[in-house]
Design a protein around this ligand. Sequence first.
Ligand code: NAP
Length: 245
Amino acid sequence: MPRLLILGGTTEATALAKRLASHPRIDARVSLAGRTRNPVLPPLPTRIGGFGGVEGLAAYLRDEGIGAAIDATHPFAARISANAAAACAQAGVPLRLLTRPAWVAGPRDRWIGVPDMDAAAQALRDLGDTVFLTIGRQEVAAFEAMPGKRYLIRAVDPPEPMPALPRMSLILDRGPFTLEGERALMRGHGVEVVVSKNSGGRATDAKLEAARELGLPVVMVQRPAGNGVAELYGVEDAMEWLEGM
Ligand code: NAP
């Protein structure tokens, strides 16, 4: 059974790590980027921090004798996924992408699909004044292009640096979120527009249901293109791939 590297930073990666922690034959380790101050540590040996690009990751694979890899990073973590595809191809390590289906708009949803965060900021021009930004902390600076709005920013840690937005408040919180909580938060703050990445998954989809109930538009940032890596849907699928090796 080859030694496994899991590129983590998601609930799926943690769920897989929990499943493998007591596995008698699979020797697995996790890598985290180190973005959050207090990460949820998986129950497996874990390294934290970047590898130093494709070359660094390829060297890690060789040095650590990694024989299989699962990219379980966030669907918007495009650089590490591209690096993993290139490094695994270089090192001859089989790679799979553990992903989750994108959210799909239903008939009662008012979604405005945009390709990236700059386009999301521009889409706000003709929408309401109070904007709920549920996009994490890394890309909030894009909204400096639309500084007149009132922003409610929710993230696990504060943005660094803080965006130059004159009417801004910060909610520090980590999912999963409930429909009741999201509804109360949106009503309480008078939210008129929601901005979201199309992350998919259950942990953060309650905001979409709440927006639907309240009739609010959602500016939905579409996923970056993939790298053609074969996909696994969920922990059981991943276990089947690993146990078949
Ligand atoms: P990214 O833009 O694709 O990656 C930037 C750099 O961070 C990579 O080049 C790599 O540095 C390092 N990196 C990323 N993930 C890593 C990992 N699991 N282990 C070691 N190094 C890693 O990624 P990101 O959007 O900054 O996301 C970073 C982490 O946060 C990921 O683990 C992701 O799953 C998690 N996350 C991201 C989002 C999001 O919306 N982007 C949301 C929730 C969680 P080197 O080139 O030096 O190797």
